[in-house]
Design a protein around this ligand. Structure first.
Ligand code: ATP
Length: 235
């Protein structure tokens, strides 16, 4: 509990054009913590991640990363503070090889994983190194999207729907990888609609509703809170 806040958000508002999407989001993620954002479609989970990266039309409030206020900074400066974003659409270039995709994002800070460390975490990628992006399975694409962010030196990972559309065995592999990353001191903020996956990786869950955080549940207390969560999530 003494761990310091890696990310501290207060009264965050965000807009796409005239659409006011976030209405005063506030929460903290401690160093080494895995936190999920749960909520119905359109609640504002993705917009929260995009706001942290300065990828929305406009944002106000406070977003401190490792103590540094970033609400007025552009994306590249935010990335250099050690934040990596893995978007839902993954962004794998179909015509580039796995290796080229892996080496695409620039290093933002020292301490990024080496290729050998990447292959240790994702053995499949090593075998597929010269394959074209378009030839990868969904699971391989997802691993590549995560791997290349780890190369950049990011220590705070913002991951959107990592498990969407993937086979259960791949979902388990990704869960194991996230737990390894947590053990190595990475901090992870995860948008997730696979509730059981969220439970298998996270320390804590936040509920997003209509652009606000309306509740928080410790993972250890998740089962006891299932009726309440089901009401929020409508499952
Ligand atoms: P989902 O799982 O459906 O993505 P979410 O909780 O991540 O849900 P967001 O993607 O953050 O929701 O969307 C929140 C609201 O913002 C929705 O009403 C959506 O229509 C709107 N929105 C998202 N992206 C844009 C955009 N680029 N321009 C305008 N409105 C947007």
């Amino acid at each position: 509990n003494a761990a310091k806040a890696e990310l501290a958000i207060e009264d965050l508002h965000a807009w796409y054009g005239e659409s006011h999407i976030l209405h005063g989001v506030g929460f903290e993620v401690r160093e080494g913590e895995v936190l999920t954002l749960l909520g119905r479609n359109g609640a504002g989970k993705t917009t929260t991640l995009r706001s942290i990266m300065a990828m929305v039309g406009r944002r106000t409030g406070s977003i401190r990363i490792g103590g540094v206020e970033t609400v007025a900074l552009p994306s590249r400066r935010i990335a250099r503070l050690g934040v990596g974003y893995v978007p839902e659409e993954r962004g794998i270039y179909a015509s580039l090889s796995v290796k080229e995709n892996l080496h695409l994002p620039p290093e933002v800070r020292p301490g990024g994983l080496t290729d050998d460390q990447i292959f240790e975490l994702f053995p499949n990628l090593k075998e597929r190194l010269s394959s074209q992006g378009s030839k990868l399975s969904g699971g391989e694409q997802q691993m590549l999207a995560l791997a290349r962010i780890l190369r950049t030196g990011a220590k705070l990972l913002l991951c959107d729907e990592l498990t969407e559309g993937l086979a259960p065995v791949i979902v388990q592999q990704i869960g194991a990888t996230l737990r390894t990353l947590k053990d190595r001191g990475f901090t992870v903020l995860l948008v997730e609609s696979n509730f059981r996956f969220a439970q298998s990786v996270a320390d804590r869950h936040l509920i997003v509703e209509q652009g606000r955080i309306v509740d928080a549940v410790l993972n250890d207390e998740l089962e006891a809170n299932l009726p309440k969560l089901n009401r929020y999530l409508g499952v």
